[in-house]
Ligand binder design. Structure first.
Ligand code: SF4
Ligand code: SF4
Length: 116
């Protein structure tokens, strides 16, 4: 959380975590991604060629009034958020790909197959 905009925000960046995953290559790898996407609150995105799983889950230190309860001691990832690119601005991180369901991934794989 940065300091000025955050006072007006509901802590959008404190409501999920995104973790890198291996780039899927085989049919089985993509089927594992389908399994991720079968779960509530999960999406998968690709940024600068790297694949990530996004897990919608509120940080336990986000207070009821949307403040950080451990602000002075918050983790470095929280310190890395920049006001000009953070989720407050629709979370536009320029994803190359973004899947929120099995259907979206299947559609992408189908189109990829057609191109080959
Ligand atoms: S999304 Fe942006 S404005 Fe909102 S709390 Fe996070 S860093 Fe602050
Ligand atoms: S530790 Fe604080 S800044 Fe970091 S995600 Fe939790 S509430 Fe947000």
């Amino acid at each position: 959380m940065s300091e000025v905009l955050c006072e007006r925000c509901v802590g959008l960046c404190c409501r999920y975590l995104a973790l890198p995953i291996d780039t899927p290559k085989t049919k089985g790898d993509f089927d594992d991604v389908r399994w991720y996407l079968a779960h509530e609150g999960i999406s998968v995105f690709v940024e600068e060629g790297d694949w990530y799983i996004n897990i919608a889950n509120r940080c336990k230190y986000l207070t009821k009034d949307n403040r950080c309860d451990i602000y002075e001691d918050r983790p470095r990832l929280c310190r890395g958020y920049k006001e000009d690119t953070c989720d407050y601005h629709s979370g536009d991180y320029g994803y190359e790909l973004h899947f929120t369901s099995i259907e979206e991934l299947d559609e992408y794989l189908e189109k990829r197959k057609e191109k080959k």
